[in-house]
Design a protein around this ligand. Sequence first.
Ligand SMILES: [Zn+2]
Length: 301
Amino acid sequence: MGRELSAKSAVDRRTGCLFCGNAEGRFSSEEHVVALALGNSVESGLVSTELVIPPGEVCDKCNRRRLSLRDKALAEWPPISVFRSLGQIRNRRGRLVDAVADTRWHLKIDADDPRIFELWAIASTDATSGRDEVARALCKVAVEMRWLEDAVDARSERWNATAAAAIGGPLPPGLTLGLRQPDSIASIDLTPDAQVLVDAQSARLRMCCQLWVVGLRLSLLLDTPPPPLPDTAWWAVDPESGALSGPETMWASFAGQATRATRVHLERDESQLREGLRLPTGDEGSHLSLHPGQPDSPRSG
Ligand SMILES: [Zn+2]
């Protein structure tokens, strides 16, 4: 038998804060559906208007503390961090951000033509990588995208467990997290976007939320079987532990030819390495191969 859900779902979210239901406190800020750090800012150059929930719907305590923890966990999840770094997404201060811990890089440049490169990136997706928090971040996105379409439904009881997870509660049973990498360099789109599809007939919430950030597509499914998508890794909530289980690593390999190459001292200074990596922009002959799971050992050739 599953855990008892009835005891803690006494929160009424029909009015007050969209997440905690509280009507007390301040409601002074707009809430970014997609984190600023993932390109949902005018400063990033990726959007002309930011995707937000207007002030008055989410209390400041949820917005500035609880939900911002989820946004941070999402932006710093190693796979996101790798692509955020590769895509050179500028943060709200207009700065580039290095990939965080639990990512490893290997760059090989052709000796004769420095424009030709091979890049390997490996990111941890294990239990300590923060993947449960990533699922909670997607719960946040799902509630907010639903609110933008149908505020009454988003505030109805069937969304309570998802809203509670977004502010740190347990992951709803029957939840699956998916991560899909781009299938080619030419198909990488850095524009942040999100959508949620909901079964309108079901009394119990069945939904699929998708989030496009830094060239990756994340999916959150509730009571819906994962579709057969290529190059996609899935994590499902383990009924025993209440935590996600699934692949422990993600890796990507890029081989391509850049339009130009600039000489930088790669081994001496990490920040110069960061500036030195530029994704080629769909040149002929460039390709990208990506596989969820453990890599074969890189050819040292
Ligand atoms: Zn709140």
